[in-house]
Write a protein that binds this ligand. Structure first.
Ligand code: AHR
Length: 325
């Protein structure tokens, strides 16, 4: 049976530090910032599907430059085959370390075995893989997505105020954040018979996807009280659909999202979203620190969990002026 990467052993909690500077976010690029430590990293990004992803790419590009790591960056455009091709190309180029955020959880063993055979260490960042073989990667840096789903469910359990019908906008099918945020939320509301998830469909983590799915829900589901969106972008798309249907987001239909990017926080402060669970994209600094250690042959924890919070409307108003992304 496939074994999911969990936070079972060697878990450390590290604060996510603020990124600075700028990155080009292009499909493929190499840092020109020099390579003080002589390290070359191949990074296979998921794509550019959301505000979160844009901030994550910028953090990785900026922090590679700051750390003097030569970054070969590839944008997978949300396709596993593109990410696999990029990893194979990094192996051919004999990079020192490969890092990637797997678009989906399964189907990575073959290419990671190739990296292992070439003695190139692999770091998973942001999203996990589902594999029996933990020797295929050195460490996994990212959020606890199940816990994020639990936080969303806990807020609703405490604030439902009577029977509520929930529609769920899922992230990319087969991705770790979609699987885990669904699981954590379902687990938390399981003991609350008043809270019913009446429809659940993927919006692929995009604003347009969230809008389209919400439009369909508004036509087919007779009573919708709450939207649970697996990211801000889909929640923002749902807001457009709710307004177009003549309803008031945040009041007629309450909205819970995950991420806390600037656009999401702005909608939360304006009362159009009701609660946001934070998922930090600022993984660049920790990733570069881990990469240096891994390349030097030093011990690193198998799992590094990022530290995150949650935001109410009042907390969003206070946090917005200094929000980095
Ligand atoms: O893997 C992190 C998720 O991917 C973010 O929550 C979402 O916005 C992004 O697309």
């Amino acid at each position: 049976m496939l074994k999911k990467i969990t936070a079972a052993a060697g878990v450390v909690l590290l604060s996510v530090l603020t990124a600075c500077g700028s990155g080009d976010g292009g499909a493929s690029s190499t840092n020109s910032g020099g390579s003080k430590d002589g390290i070359t990293m191949g990074f296979a990004q998921v794509g550019a599907e959301s505000g979160w992803r844009t901030a994550n790419t910028k953090s990785i590009q900026d922090e590679a430059k700051a750390a003097g790591i030569d970054l070969k960056f590839s944008d997978g455009q949300q396709k596993q085959e593109n990410q696999i091709k990029a990893i194979r190309s990094f192996i051919q180029q004999k990079v020192d370390v490969i890092a990637f955020s797997p678009v989906v959880e399964t189907g990575w063993d073959a290419v990671l075995e190739e990296a292992k055979a070439a003695n190139i260490p692999v770091i998973l960042t942001d999203r996990a893989i589902d594999s029996d073989d933990e020797s295929l990667y050195a460490t996994f840096l990212g959020s606890d997505f199940v816990e994020e789903g639990r936080k969303a469910g806990k807020w609703l359990a405490e604030n439902a105020g009577g029977p509520v019908n929930v529609v769920e906008l899922q992230g990319t099918t087969g991705s770790a954040p979609a699987n885990d945020r669904k699981k954590g939320f379902a687990e938390t509301i399981a003991s609350k018979p008043d809270i019913k998830v009446v429809a659940s469909q993927t919006g692929d983590f995009t604003r347009s996807g969230g809008k389209q799915v919400m439009e369909a829900f508004l036509k087919s589901v007779p009573k919708i009280d709450v939207v649970y969106a697996h990211n801000d972008d889909m929640g923002l798309g749902a807001i457009e659909a709710i307004k177009a249907a003549g309803k008031v987001p945040g009041k007629d239909i309450r909205i819970i999202t995950v991420d806390a990017v600037k656009d999401g926080m702005t909608a939360l402060a304006a009362g159009e979203i009701n609660y946001i669970v934070e998922c930090s994209p600022l993984l660049g600094k920790q990733l570069m620190e881990l990469a240096k250690k891994v390349v030097a042959g030093e011990q690193v924890p198998k799992r590094v969990v990022t530290e995150e919070t949650t935001f109410t409307q009042e907390q969003a108003k206070a946090a917005l002026p200094t929000r980095q992304y």
